[in-house]
Design a protein around this ligand. Sequence first.
Ligand SMILES: *[C@@H]1O[C@H](CO)[C@@H](O)[C@H](O)[C@H]1NC(C)=O
Ligand SMILES: *[C@@H]1O[C@H](CO)[C@@H](O)[C@H](O)[C@H]1NC(C)=O
Length: 464
Amino acid sequence: MDVLTALLLLVHLIPVSAAKNGVSSKSRKRILPDPATEPPVTDPVYEALLYCNIPSVAERSMEGHAPHHFKLVSVHVFIRHGDRYPLYVIPKTKRPEIDCTLVANRKPYHPKLEAFVSHMSKGSGASFESPLNSLPLYPNHPLCEMGELTQTGVVQHLQNGQLLRDIYLKKHKLLPTDWSADQLYLETTGKSRTLQSGLALLYGFLPDFDWKKIYFRHQPSALFCSGSCYCPVRNQYLEKEQRRQYLLRLKNSQLEKTYGEMAKIVDVPTKQLRAANPIDSMLCHFCHNVSFPCTRNGCVDMEHFKAIKTHQIEDEKERQEKKLYLGYSLLGAHPILNQTISRMQRATEGRKEELFALYSAHDVTLSPVLSALGLSEARFPRFAARLIFELWQDREKPSEHSVRILYNGVDVTFHTSFCQDHHKRSPKPMCPLENLVRFVKRDMFVALGGSSTNYYDACHREGF
Ligand SMILES: *[C@@H]1O[C@H](CO)[C@@H](O)[C@H](O)[C@H]1NC(C)=O
Ligand SMILES: *[C@@H]1O[C@H](CO)[C@@H](O)[C@H](O)[C@H]1NC(C)=O
């Protein structure tokens, strides 16, 4: 299917999936912007639909596109977990009735769904780094638990896996047919939704899912910063960023009015409602076509949803302008980017390990990495978002290695701050690995504006 057909299908879906919540027909016909690189349009409903990422259409994908004389060396995949049940409840309302068991006769469906369930249920011999061993391997509650991955979330990652398999394994032969455990590097946070998302992606990806070859490491930090998490300046940036968020919210009278109305409906103080982060729960209602909750005082409705979502879009815009989040992100994303380039450098030396790395993570993981890379126009990570680093070798000049960066299937290599103008000077449709290495080892600290040129100094800068 071509891109236009796919996008038109997406638009066509809007009135169906969001029907119950009263989406008007006005949002149906519009020229759609590039979903990864164009700045958010101000239509909050359209933005919310992209966020849901309802699996239904073959989406565009530019992964693995390279001239014939390039050989794929390694692939590094960062994912956000798939669709999940809310983390918060709206006080004094019934929580949405979503079924987190996996069944064939419910949409969305994937041909590998039953095989996935059957394989996972036989995974008791699987061994992962503690404490991952205590997590269930697939979602299985008739009424979802808080934060649980849904069937939609599983299908999203089975699809991601299948797509990557067609490109990286079938087309580019990234793994040999007799691949072994050490050719994969797998890491996840300690939530069931991230482990399960990683397993679903691998189940779609691997030609033979052999429990003996699957070993997930546990990452305690959502920033994936391993042994380098201590960084006082990063925390200072975060505090300033949170202050900015707070002040912007105060200025928005429409938002305050909305929270006031909703608080009246559920009969709690406005402050308590706001602290319960109702948009998280409302997005679940929205994405699952379940009516917003009602009480005897009235119903939460689409106008409330739009007001909060519109504010989020404005917040995102100001976040980019004020650059406090950028400071936080440069420091927050350094350790994981540093680890990634080390892994790439080992691969360029001909090591055949860790050819496929998968980090199963959260919005608060992907968002700083996107921002640090300079992808300021990238959308907030939707459910099952994927950010991919590909490492390539030029067969005609074997000492030269290049990278491509893809976000949700869109090639964003030349949108990154370390490779912005490269394609104007070079005939190669890729970025030299050295650019990325120089950026991670030094330029990302220079971008902070101080005199620091390494992580330790930048994290401990006095008088910031
Ligand atoms: C959403 O709910 C409405 C009303 O119950 C229903 O008519 C519609 O088919 C549902 N849409 C989807 C995509 O399930
Ligand atoms: C970056 O990677 C190098 C090589 O693996 C390592 O020695 C160094 O400690 C890392 N730095 C940080 C801040 O993670």
